[in-house]
Design a protein around this ligand. Sequence first.
Ligand code: MG
Ligand code: MG
Length: 256
Amino acid sequence: MITLKSNREIAIMQKAGHIVACALEAVEKAIAPGVSTLELDRIAEEVIRSFGAIPSFKGYGGFAGSICASVNEVVIHGIPSKDVILKDGDIISIDVGAYYKGYHADSAKTFAVGTISEARRKLLAVTEESLYEGLKFAKPNNHLSDISHAIEQYVTSRGYGIVKNFTGHGIGQKLHEDPMVPNYGPPGRGPILKPGMTLAIEPMVVMGSGEVKILSDNWTTVTVDYTDSAHFEHSIAITDEGYIILTTKKGGEFDV
Ligand code: MG
Ligand code: MG
């Protein structure tokens, strides 16, 4: 069931999104060769808790971290560890969720560690751009899969692969709500978008086929061909005119 949120609920989610954006910004500042992903986790958790919020992922299904920290061929769900030390030239996807006054916000970005190759730089650019291509279709009366289709078209036409085993999702009082938001498929399918829908849109893009496997820790999801992967995500709300991004620092203006 898709729940439509009131303006007040959306304002709370914007505040949660502000907290997520602040945590991502703090993590970005700390990313450097020699830093462990556990240290990034500690920084994000500190920022989230400083607002009186809770890291959405901590304990979710037994997940140990406050963030997911996924390096190079790790697509998503990398568990923060003192043993994963960033190296110059790596790329790292950081996924952050915050739970504030009963509502979640969820956002991810892939960052460069030091100086990265041109191939990696392009992967990051195409993945981020694909998110905004999808968002062009985030408006009332469009079908949900219009977003999915736009993302897939943008990515595959540039020669990259889409990870299909994981999708975006509705978000609100629960971290994962209906509907699922695939990053592929034909347009004109799925629910009709309505004002008050809140969705996490999150393309996961790879240099290879897009096939993934989950390692024996039951979380870490890697490309089967060990090609690089990038992940960009925003939580959004559908409005009368189109959409607003919830996971930006702008939500800090709201007093909820
Ligand atoms: Mg996420
Ligand atoms: Mg998500």
